[in-house]
Design a protein around this ligand. Structure first.
Ligand code: TYM
Length: 333
């Protein structure tokens, strides 16, 4: 059995980038009979930058509903909330002894975050990659479906796993890889000309999975574009690359080819392209939005899913921790 683990921070409703870069692949991997999938809500991770207790409650439930709405099947995979597994913070503490301050300070996400949160450079933020490694190796995972922005974190996870194995002269933790079915990891762009769609990028950057069609249309019609090409086969500027990238996700290859051709021949009308993109986006997301709205108020069901998931995930985590304690000599009598 191949072990697959991945998670999402409940810092806002998930967007197209989360879906296309990650959750869609959780679903695809979950369908594979040779895979044991663990997919969780990374609530501890969200505390490094957000801590609004009332909001957290809502966001965690929304994220569970979104996982299910995207097609994750609790009969096939294990769905749980990170903080329901006490073994994760235990492994995190143990792995912190193997993580160096210097390597943690060099992590790109840490450097970015401390620029934005100058007033809150906490130790949790610095050791974020250690907690993430603990999440992954607690089930001794082989594959981790994530978007491109998580590549460096996975590299660190491999380093920590290797370091543990070599420090204790064991072959205990596999070295997990960031996985996208053999393809490059994905980075879905924003609507504001930026190269990454993100929850914190603001209203004009992201399309959320529960977004109403009218709002999707408005956002796409206002998406950043330029004055249009002036010479044949002109290189596309970033904001236009972004529109084409989004179209590649939600539209047919014929539609994409039609507008690409129009661009290269300088006859493109961005208004038409955006209208088409908006309609295809609405069609792509409508089934997910409908399911989110159906599930979000079914609290009893959401709770059943994650409490059953936590039980199963705890079993796997407890096995790992018991072995780790033995390997490290934390068993005295
Ligand atoms: P998070 O919550 O920021 O994002 C969840 C997943 O969505 C992917 N993603 C994207 N993919 C493509 N294009 C985008 N624009 C885009 N934006 C986000 C992310 O790569 C991620 O796969 N540190 C993680 C959460 C985490 C985790 C883990 C992941 C905690 N522990 C263990 C895997 C394994 C994070 O902040 O993801």
């Amino acid at each position: 059995m191949e072990i697959v683990v991945s998670g999402t921070r409940p810092t806002g409703i998930l967007h197209l980038g989360n879906y296309y870069g990650a959750v869609r692949n959780y679903v695809r991997l979950g369908e594979d009979k040779n895979v044991k999938g663990y997919f969780f809500i990374a609530d501890y991770h969200s505390l490094t930058t957000h801590n609004n207790p009332a909001e957290l409650k809502v966001l965690v439930k929304q994220t569970i509903a979104t996982y299910l709405a995207c097609g994750l099947d609790p009969e096939k995979v294990v769905i749980y909330v990170q903080s329901d597994l006490p073994q994760i913070p235990e492994l995190y503490l143990l792995m912190n002894m193997l993580a160096y301050k210097g390597e943690l300070e060099k992590v790109a996400t840490f450097k970015d975050k401390i620029k934005i949160h100058k007033e809150n450079i906490n130790a949790g933020l610095l050791t974020y990659p250690v907690l993430m490694a603990a999440d992954i190796i607690i089930h001794r995972a082989h594959k981790v479906p994530v978007g491109k922005d998580q590549e460096q974190h996975l590299e660190m996870t491999r380093n920590f796993a290797k370091r543990f194995n070599s420090r204790y002269e064991v072959d205990f933790f596999p070295e997990p890889i960031a996985y996208n079915f053999g393809d490059e990891l994905v980075k879905v762009p924003g609507l504001d000309g930026s190269t990454k769609m993100s929850k914190t990028g603001g209203e004009t950057n992201a399309i959320f999975l529960n977004e109403e069609p009218e709002s999707i249309r408005k956002k796409i019609m206002r998406a950043k574009s330029d004055g249009g090409p002036t010479t044949m086969n002109q290189e596309k500027p970033q904001e236009i690359i972004n529109l084409f990238e989004l179209m590649k996700i939600v539209s047919t290859p014929d539609t994409l080819a039609f507008f690409d051709n129009a661009y290269n021949n300088c006859v493109i009308r961005y208004g038409d392209m955006k209208k088409q993109l908006a309609e295809d986006m609405v069609n792509y997301l409508t089934p997910i939005r409908t399911r989110i709205n159906e599930l979000i108020n079914n609290e009893a069901y959401l709770q059943r899913v994650v409490s059953r998931g936590a039980e199963e995930a705890r079993e796997s985590a407890a096995k790992t921790i018991s072995e780790v304690r033995k390997i490290m000599g934390i068993s005295y009598f």
